[in-house]
Design a protein around this ligand. Structure first.
Ligand SMILES: NC(=O)c1ccc[n+]([C@@H]2O[C@H](COP(=O)([O-])OP(=O)(O)OC[C@H]3O[C@@H](n4cnc5c(N)ncnc54)[C@H](OP(=O)(O)O)[C@@H]3O)[C@@H](O)[C@H]2O)c1
Length: 212
């Protein structure tokens, strides 16, 4: 059993991850500023801003998952906050899993990342900030930090929750597409991939993508 701390545990991604981790018998702590609408039995909920709660709870964690989003009043703040979480995880000797966006992936080996090209205005700010959090890790993570940056498929999120299928594929920083050219992953299957990576760490200081 590991102690897994999920920043953003009441959000779309975080809630799926805490459910998956708790179902596997891990000790799970969720962090968010608001109380959960439907608390999950067996999960400890810490309420407060990430920076404030991190000081108290990161020491002692085996894995720290950063699953907040750069929306609302968090727009423009994620790089700094994730930088602090990464430093705290390094000091605690905890594995650090940072959730990012599809746009940080590349369409093909050696090609620029989607975030470097033309992005629909609707997703642009979030895509660029997600990419900035990847750059922060890749260029400035403490050398001793065991991090992994995880990009979901393009069709992922509260608007496309999908079903648990029990399957997924893990790629590197080149996007995976299914036989029909689609890029999809359900919330439950993405969470399985994240918790599998915590249970059996196989990517170290790497960017991975999860899709069907
Ligand atoms: N296809 C894609 O590329 C795609 C699609 C969806 C999401 N994503 C990425 O996945 C990540 C998670 O997104 P999501 O949609 O799952 O997020 P979400 O549903 O918006 O949830 C965000 C969570 O973070 C918490 N939070 C925000 N600011 C906080 C702070 N300062 N301190 C503590 N907790 C805080 C929120 O709770 P409170 O507000 O109560 O604090 C909530 O629990 C993001 O990086 C997003 O860009 C990528």
């Amino acid at each position: 059993m590991a102690s897994i701390l999920v920043f953003g545990g009441t959000g779309y991604t975080g809630d799926h991850i805490i459910r998956e981790a708790a179902a596997r018998g891990h000790e799970v702590i969720s962090v968010s500023r608001s109380e959960p609408k439907e608390p999950l039995e067996g999960v400890r909920y810490e309420t407060g801003s990430a920076e404030e709660v991190a000081r108290r709870v990161v020491p002692g964690a085996d894995a720290v998952v950063a699953a907040m989003s750069p929306r609302g009043d968090m727009a423009g703040r994620l790089v700094r906050v994730y930088g602090e979480l990464a430093r705290a995880a390094a000091e605690a000797g905890a594995r650090y899993v940072q959730i990012g966006g599809f746009s940080s992936l590349r369409p093909a080996p050696g090609e620029p990342r989607f975030a470097e090209g033309k992005i629909d205005e609707q997703f642009r700010a979030e895509a660029l900030e997600g990419e900035a959090t990847r750059v922060m890790l890749a260029q400035n993570a403490p050398p001793e930090l065991d991090w992994v940056f995880v990009s979901p498929a393009a069709s992922y999120g509260a608007w496309a929750a999908g079903e648990r299928t029990g399957t997924y594929r893990v790629g590197g920083d080149v996007a995976l597409f299914d036989a029909e050219g689609g890029s999809n992953i359900s919330g439950a299957d993405f969470a399985s991939a994240v918790v599998d990576e915590i249970d059996n760490p196989s990517h170290h200081r790497e960017h991975i993508g999860v899709a069907y």
